[in-house]
Ligand binder design. Structure first.
Ligand code: HEC
Length: 101
């Protein structure tokens, strides 16, 4: 019985931490920092536009475009992976966070 509840705990912990859903904007943005910079001031991998100062609507459109395959440059596949981890609420939250940086 003890072993079973341990397994159950491990599985539910995984379920909670796996995809980033309904997280706050600042929290979601932590997954973007390595490429876009702590203040969105970097050109990610030397290829992206600098998204600091972008309005939230433009960021939402870009991410949804990456997800749909209708937006992007040579490294768009990489951003599709990032976008696919996020639901609409998380995209909105992170876009608002970035626009305020
Ligand atoms: C592994 C590096 C990496 C991570 C992590 C990453 N990005 Fe990107 N991002 C890129 C690259 C590279 C591009 C340019 C892709 C292209 O269109 O060729 C890009 C482009 C973008 C653009 C559009 C800018 C443009 O050039 O048109 C936005 C908006 C964006 N990223 C937001 C985010 C957000 C929000 C996150 C976190 C949820 C994130 N990115 C995570 C590398 C990354």
């Amino acid at each position: 019985m003890k072993k079973l509840s341990c397994i159950f705990f491990a599985v539910s912990a995984l379920a909670i931490s796996a995809p980033v859903v309904h997280a706050g904007g600042a929290e979601v943005y932590q997954t973007c920092v390595e490429c876009h910079g702590a203040n969105a001031e970097l050109s990610a991998m030397g290829k992206s536009q600098i998204i600091q100062g972008w309005p939230a609507t433009q960021i939402v459109e870009a991410i949804n475009g990456y997800k749909a395959g209708t937006y992007g440059g040579p490294l768009k596949a990489l951003m599709k992976v990032q976008g696919d981890k996020l639901d609409d609420a998380s995209i909105q939250a992170v876009a608002e966070y970035i626009s305020g940086l």
